[in-house]
Design a protein around this ligand. Structure first.
Ligand SMILES: Cc1cc2nc3c(=O)[nH]c(=O)nc-3n(C[C@H](O)[C@H](O)[C@H](O)COP(=O)(O)OP(=O)(O)OC[C@H]3O[C@@H](n4cnc5c(N)ncnc54)[C@H](O)[C@@H]3O)c2cc1C
Ligand SMILES: *[C@@H]1O[C@H](CO)[C@@H](O)[C@H](O)[C@H]1NC(C)=O
Ligand SMILES: *[C@@H]1O[C@H](CO)[C@@H](O)[C@H](O)[C@H]1NC(C)=O
Length: 459
C-alpha cells in the first residue's frame, strides 16, 4: 500500500495489546477493508500475561493538561461508563491526587498549579467543585486533615493536599481487553494466530515479509507493528522509544479489608509517582509511575544484517519465572503502603511484577508510517498512559493508516504521533515528563543489589 486511498488487500498486525487489538477492531468494522484479509499475530496465547495492557487494574484518569489527550479521553469516557465498563470492568470510585510534603520551594509552585487546575475545571468544564456529599464532582483537599478525612479508611498519612476527581475511576485491565477481543471475534473478520515474529525482512523501501520464530515467512501489503515495549527488537527505535521497567506489588487482604478499602478512590501521589488502586477480589496493588529501569540488551540490528545494536528490551516472568522487583522498587512500594495503610505494613507481597512501558521523550505515542519502509506502520510508545483510550484508540489509529483527518483533533494527533524528524542523541530514551523514582537505573544493577553481598554476578 502506498498512495493515499489505496486499500491494502492483506494486513498483518503484530501484537495484541491495546494498540494492536483496537486497530484490528477498527479495521474489521470499516467498509473500506471489507475485502482485505486481517491477521493478528501475538507471541503468547491471548491475553499475554506480561503485556502492558494485561493487569488487574489501570487508572482511567481524564484530567490531561494536554488538550488533545483530554479531548480523546472525553471520547473514551462514555464507553467506560457504558458497555466497556459493564460487569465491573470500570469502577468510577474517584481519583485522589495528592501532593506530599516535600519541604522544598517547588511545593508552592505545585500548589499554585493545583489551584489553577481547579479554577479551570470550574470555568471551562462546568464541573461542580465541592464536597462529594454536597454533589461535588471535584473536591479540593487543602489540608492534611482534609486528605485524611477522604482517605480515612486507609488509616495512614496519604498526603498533604490535593483534590479528588470523583468522575475518574479505574478499569479491570484484563477484563477490558477480553471484552475488546470478544467484540473483534464477534465481527468475524480477523484471523488470530499465536506466533512470535522473529524479524522483519526489510527491502530498500518496503517490508518484504515477516519471519516467525521457527522460520515460517509471511508477507502482507501492510504490516502494522504494535509490539509495545518489545518494538526495538523489530525496528530501530534508538533515540525514539525505549522499554522502561515499572514496579508493581500485590498483597492478599481479608474480606473485611476488601470491604473497608474496596470503594476507595485510587490514590496517586504526584510527589513520588506512587499509587494504590482499590482492591478487587481481596488483592490490593501498589505501584510506581516512574522513570523505570532500562534493560540494555545487545541484539542483531533489526534493519541491517551483520550489525548489532544495544537497546532496552523487556525482561518478564515469562523469560525468568523468578524475576521479582529490585530492592529499591520493593522498598518504595513497601514504604508507601506502610505510610498510607499502616495496618498492612508488615504483610508480605503475594507477588510482584516488572511491567514495561514503551517510553518516548515527550510521552506522545508513536503512531505513524515508517519514513523509509512505506508498507510498515508502527503503533507504540504508550508511555504509561494509553490503556484508558482502549475503546476509541483503534479508530484514530486507522485514520492515520488511511491518512484521513476526520476532525481538528485528528489533525492535532497526527502531529503528536508522527515519526520524529530527529532521534535523540542517546540511544536509550528517558522520558522528559516528570516521574517518580530516579532517572537512569539499570535493571541488572538494581537486581544485583538484592543478592548476597551485593554481588553483581548478573552483569
Ligand atoms: C505498570 C503499568 C501501569 C500502567 N498504568 C496505566 C494507567 O493507569 N492508565 C493508563 O491509561 N495506562 C496505563 N499504562 C499504560 C498502558 O497499559 C500501555 O500504554 C498500553 O497497554 C500499551 O499497549 P501496547 O499495545 O503498546 O503494548 P502491550 O500491551 O505490551 O502489547 C504488545 C503485545 O505485543 C506482543 N508481542 C511482543 N513482541 C512480539 C513479537 N515479536 N511477535 C508477536 N507478538 C509480540 C506482546 O506479547 C504483547 O501482547 C500502564 C502500563 C504499565 C506497564
Ligand atoms: C469488495 O468486493 C465486492 C465483490 O467483488 C465488491 O462488490 C465491493 O465493492 C468490494 N468492496 C470494496 C470496499 O472494495
Ligand atoms: C475531572 O474529570 C473530568 C472528566 O470526568 C475532567 O474533564 C476534568 O478535567 C477533571 N478535573 C480535574 C481537576 O482533575
Amino acid at each position: 500500500m502506498a498512495a493515499t486511498g489505496t486499500i491494502p488487500s492483506s494486513i498483518l498486525i503484530v501484537g495484541s495489546g491495546v494498540f494492536g487489538l483496537s486497530t484490528a477492531y477498527a479495521l474489521a468494522q470499516r467498509d473500506a477493508f471489507q475485502n482485505s484479509t486481517i491477521t493478528l499475530l501475538e507471541r503468547l496465547d491471548f491475553p499475554a500475561p506480561d503485556a502492558a495492557s494485561i493487569d488487574s487494574s489501570r487508572i482511567i484518569r481524564p484530567d490531561y493538561a494536554d488538550p488533545a489527550y483530554a479531548a480523546l479521553m472525553s471520547e473514551a469516557h462514555p464507553h467506560w461508563r457504558g458497555d466497556f465498563g459493564a460487569e465491573e470492568r470500570y469502577t468510577e470510585a474517584g481519583l485522589c491526587l495528592v501532593q506530599d510534603s516535600t519541604g522544598d520551594s517547588g511545593d508552592d509552585a505545585a500548589h499554585y498549579y493545583l489551584v489553577k487546575a481547579l479554577e479551570n475545571v470550574k470555568s471551562r468544564l462546568g464541573l461542580r467543585v465541592g464536597r462529594r456529599e454536597a454533589g461535588g464532582q471535584v473536591e479540593p483537599m487543602e489540608t492534611p486533615e482534609y486528605v485524611a478525612r477522604v482517605t480515612t479508611s486507609m488509616g495512614g498519612d496519604c498526603g498533604r493536599r490535593g483534590y479528588v476527581n470523583w468522575t475518574s475511576g479505574w478499569a479491570d485491565a484484563e477484563a477490558g481487553m477480553r471484552y475488546m477481543r470478544q467484540l473483534v471475534d464477534g465481527i468475524g473478520r480477523v484471523k488470530f494466530r499465536t506466533a512470535e515474529v522473529a524479524r522483519l525482512h526489510y527491502g530498500t523501501d518496503r517490508v518484504e515479509g515477516v519471519e516467525l520464530v521457527g522460520g515460517e515467512r509471511l508477507s502482507a501489503d501492510l504490516v502494522v507493528l504494535a509490539t509495545g515495549a518489545w518494538m526495538p527488537k523489530l525496528v530501530d527505535l534508538r533515540g525514539i522509544a525505549s522499554a522502561t521497567g515499572q514496579v508493581l506489588a500485590y498483597i492478599d487482604i481479608t474480606q473485611e479489608e476488601q470491604d473497608r478499602f474496596g470503594s476507595n478512590p485510587t490514590l496517586l501521589c504526584e510527589t513520588n509517582g506512587m499509587f494504590i488502586i482499590p482492591p478487587r477480589d481481596r488483592v490490593l496493588k501498589v505501584a510506581r509511575h516512574g522513570y523505570g529501569y532500562a534493560n540494555p540488551t545487545t541484539i542483531p540490528h533489526p534493519e541491517c544484517p551483520g550489525e548489532t545494536i544495544t537497546v532496552s528490551l523487556p525482561r518478564t516472568k515469562y523469560d525468568d519465572p523468578n524475576l521479582n522487583i529490585a530492592p529499591e522498587g520493593d522498598k518504595a512500594c513497601r514504604e508507601y503502603l506502610a505510610k498510607c495503610i499502616p495496618s498492612l505494613a508488615a504483610r508480605p507481597w503475594t507477588h510482584t511484577r516488572i511491567c514495561w512501558y514503551s517510553d518516548t521523550p515527550t510521552g506522545d505515542w508513536l503512531i505513524s508510517y515508517h519514513p523509509t519502509y512505506r508498507n510498515l506502520f508502527v503503533a507504540t510508545g504508550g508511555s504509561g498512559h494509553a490503556y484508558k483510550f482502549l475503546p476509541v484508540i483503534g479508530e484514530r489509529i486507522v485514520d492515520v493508516v488511511m491518512r484521513e483527518e476526520r476532525d481538528e483533533l485528528g489533525a492535532e494527533l497526527v502531529k503528536k504521533w508522527k515519526w520524529p524528524a530527529q532521534r535523540k542523541e542517546e540511544d536509550h530514551v528517558w522520558t522528559d515528563d516528570w516521574r517518580g523514582g530516579v532517572k537512569g537505573m539499570i535493571l541488572d544493577e538494581e537486581l544485583a543489589k538484592g543478592e548476597i553481598g551485593g554481588s553483581r554476578s548478573r552483569l
